[in-house]
Design a protein around this ligand. Structure first.
Ligand code: ZN
Length: 525
């Protein structure tokens, strides 16, 4: 099985194939220029997926097309049309994927998506599209891009001690999106003339991608100082507005609104304590004493809440902590020590992190001991069930692993992490047709999940359904806003021998839709 490139550290190799399929998916998403990828032979992606991803941060280089200002679409010029915003978001996300290590582990991405959407439903724009994702870097930061794409760095996640604290950052970023702060910046850029406007726009996008609107702007040579100051003042007003609405959202979603000022203040303290400078989040979302006092005052207006601790928050946190270590041994040491000292908010999460570290170090008997312990306490916890199946497969007990995942899916039908784990395992035991059937059902219910399509393409390919494999791969590219690659896949599918009239006309119709979308995306930016 191919090693994956998502984990920057070599030791974090897939433990067993239950998870390896997932990692391979992630790998292909981090390709420098995914447009160059051809499916043709499913094994071809292996070589490119192995390419290491730079661990250090690289800002997104503005593409040459960015010189042109976006087609804002709405005739009033007030905000973009939803379609234009969706396409701009797609462009933005493609750049983000090329420059930042996005975490594709289904358990982690599913968690952040669920948390984000729980907040969105209580925001000012509950029906607007949002996508939440995690970035595997220690930076303490988060950002909102066009199209409702909200990224959270591992460093910020680890800095938060309760789910309400993490939720407070997401609620703040959601408010930036619902208030169209980014597009109001675009508008300001548009009112400027020629090259200055183009530079400003590039800077805004650059800043959004680096999570640092102010830094991005300051980094562009030639932008006049007054313009920069103007932008920063504008940003400060936005910050207060995002705090105010974020606090309301937190309360609506049954989180503790006081978590926002508390978290912001602690981030500020931490930066003074360690003399490492303020966390990025505070630099780009400037926190002043008055802003914290403001937020505290607002939070106090809401009834006091003690939200129920969600163990999954702590389990994701333990997983992210483990990814920070240079070797599994360091992870083992960390979790063993904290279990011994009793320094933790959740014992289960420490045991879970410990068990994962032990699995990575191939200490399977000891890992088994801890996983059994966890399952005894919480037999229906998806995180533990997937770890259980992973360990079973690693120790040659695929039959038991399959049973575990099958009964888990009975309990949680169409659950994304379980579906990916189950289909991945089926592929490993050469039951591709069954994997294909499972994933076909899943994409009906989760039609916007690109990773499900990616695994479905592999399943169809391994089951010998080549035309379908190209069609699914095309849908994956389409959902990833890689129109050239999507079109190529359908071109290849049309050249397959023995297509029925029905098949080819269906593919041609879809191809036409892709062509239209490709042209529209070109015009977007
Ligand atoms: Zn902000």
């Amino acid at each position: 099985m191919a090693s994956h490139s998502l984990f920057p550290k070599n030791w974090l190799k897939p433990i067993a194939a239950v998870t390896s399929g997932l990692f391979l998916l992630g790998g292909t998403l981090t390709l420098g220029n995914a447009d160059e990828l051809r499916l043709g032979d499913p094994s071809r992606s292996k070589g490119t997926a192995d390419r290491p991803v730079a661990n250090e941060y690289r800002p997104v280089a503005p593409e040459t097309e960015m010189i042109a200002l976006p087609d804002i679409g709405a005739s009033s010029g007030s905000i973009m049309t939803p379609e234009a915003e969706r396409r701009l978001g797609g462009r933005f996300m493609r750049s983000v994927r090329q420059s930042l290590p996005i975490i594709e582990d289904p358990l982690l991405s599913d968690y952040i998506q669920r948390l984000g959407h729980r907040l969105v439903t209580k925001s000012d724009a509950p029906h607007r599209p949002f996508t939440f994702f995690l970035i595997d870097q220690a930076m303490v930061n988060a950002f909102a891009g066009p199209g409702g794409y909200i990224g959270v760095y591992s460093g910020l996640f680890l800095e938060s001690q309760t789910e309400s604290e993490l939720a407070s950052v997401l609620a703040h970023e959601i408010a930036h999106v619902t208030q169209n702060h980014l597009f109001r910046s675009f508008e300001r850029a548009q009112r400027m003339s020629g090259p200055a406007a183009a530079m400003m726009l590039g800077a805004i996008l650059l800043g959004a991608a680096s999570g640092s609107a102010d830094a991005g702007i300051a980094g562009v040579a030639g932008v006049q100082a007054s313009m920069v100051q103007d932008q920063i003042n504008f940003t400060r007003a936005n910050e207060k507005e995002a705090d105010r609405l974020g606090i309301k959202t937190l309360d609506g979603a049954d989180f503790d609104p006081r978590a926002m000022p508390v978290f912001f203040e602690r981030m500020g303290h931490a930066s003074r304590l360690y003399e490492t400078g303020a966390p990025e989040f505070l630099r780009t979302h400037p926190v002043t004493t008055s802003r914290i006092a403001d937020a505290m005052g607002r939070a106090e207006q809401y009834p006091h809440k003690q939200p129920k601790e969600n163990v999954q928050f702590q389990l994701v946190r333990a997983t992210l902590r483990l990814r920070q270590f240079e070797s599994p041994e360091q992870g083992i040491k960390h979790f063993r020590n904290s279990l011994q000292d009793g320094r933790y908010r959740s014992e289960d999460a420490q045991r879970y992190g410990y068990a994962l570290a032990l699995m990575h170090a191939r200490n399977y008997p000891k890992a088994r001991k801890y996983i059994d312990l966890l399952l005894k306490e919480a037999p229906d916890q998806i995180f533990f069930l997937i770890a259980d199946a992973t360990l079973d497969e690693a120790t040659g007990n695929s039959a038991r692993a399959l049973k575990t995942l099958e009964s888990a899916l009975d309990l949680y039908p169409v659950n994304y992490p379980l579906t990916m784990a189950y289909a991945g395992l089926l592929l490993d035991v050469k039951r591709a047709a069954k994997a294909e059937a499972i994933l076909q059902d899943a994409v009906q219910l989760l039609p916007n999940n690109a990773n499900l399509y990616k695994l479905l393409a592999r399943a169809a390919g391994e089951a010998g359904n080549l035309v379908a494999a190209h069609q699914y791969q095309a849908e994956y590219y389409f959902l990833s806003f890689q129109m050239e690659s999507a079109i190529q896949q359908l071109d290849i599918a049309l050249r397959e021998k023995g297509l029925s009239f029905y098949q080819s006309s269906r593919i041609e119709a879809r191809l036409e839709e892709f062509q239209v979308e490709k042209e529209a995306m070109k015009r977007t930016l």
